[in-house]
Design a protein around this ligand. Structure first.
Ligand code: ACO
Length: 166
């Protein structure tokens, strides 16, 4: 299994991987409107950590991923969607996916990850170091992400002394 940061740069490789990831999201996040998922995944301001399995024939299959939008000036990334294919869940891939997403955010010079977590994903995010207590000053994120009622805004503060992949 391989993890790769992919952005829609118009290349065939990126489009194939993002299409695979969009299909995982649509299956695993049935409450999300499909056009909305497609719009963000292919949006050029968004980027995705893709989790790729190489089949014996050499074909690459996307088994999961995490789509986020970096806001470089504000110092954070907002995670929009995150999912692992049903038959690969609870094997530790979700944890590795988040570790790669954190390291990528550090590469981009960001200090925080924010997400609007589904209620049933709150426990997962807590295990990944996210908290419901938002320490990022409101002026850095309000107006940038949709903080509507019924969702749980969660934050992870990135620690540059930690190698999340080790
Ligand atoms: N509720 C409680 N605990 C959970 C859940 C859950 N829904 N999912 C995983 N965990 C726990 C695991 O038990 C594990 O705990 P442990 O370390 O003590 O053993 C830990 O979280 C990590 O488990 P992984 O195996 O690394 O996670 P997994 O590969 O299953 O991926 C994920 C987790 C991505 C949430 C997956 O279950 C999934 O795709 N779910 C459906 C889609 C979804 O809900 N996505 C998040 C929506 S919110 C958003 O997109 C912003």
């Amino acid at each position: 299994v391989q993890f790769r940061a992919v952005r829609n740069d118009g290349s065939r490789e990126a489009l194939v991987l993002l299409l695979g990831l969009k299909n995982v999201f649509i299956r695993q996040l049935p409450n999300m409107p499909r056009p909305y998922v497609a719009r963000l995944v292919f949006d050029r301001k968004h980027e995705s950590t893709t989790m790729i399995k190489r089949l014996p024939g050499g074909e690459e299959v996307v088994m999961g991923g995490c789509c986020y939008r970096p806001f470089p000036e504000q110092g954070f990334s907002e995670i929009a969607f995150l999912a692992i294919s049903h038959n690969e869940q609870v094997r530790g891939y979700g944890t590795r996916l988040m570790a790669h997403t954190k390291e990528r955010a550090k590469q981009l010079g960001l200090t925080h990850l924010l997400t609007c977590a589904d209620n049933n994903a709150v426990a997962y995010f807590k295990k990944q170091g996210f908290s419901k207590i938002i320490t990022l000053p409101p002026e850095r994120w309000q107006g940038y992400i949709k903080d509507y009622e019924g969702i749980v805004l969660m934050e992870c503060v990135l620690n540059y002394k930690v190698d999340y992949l080790n």
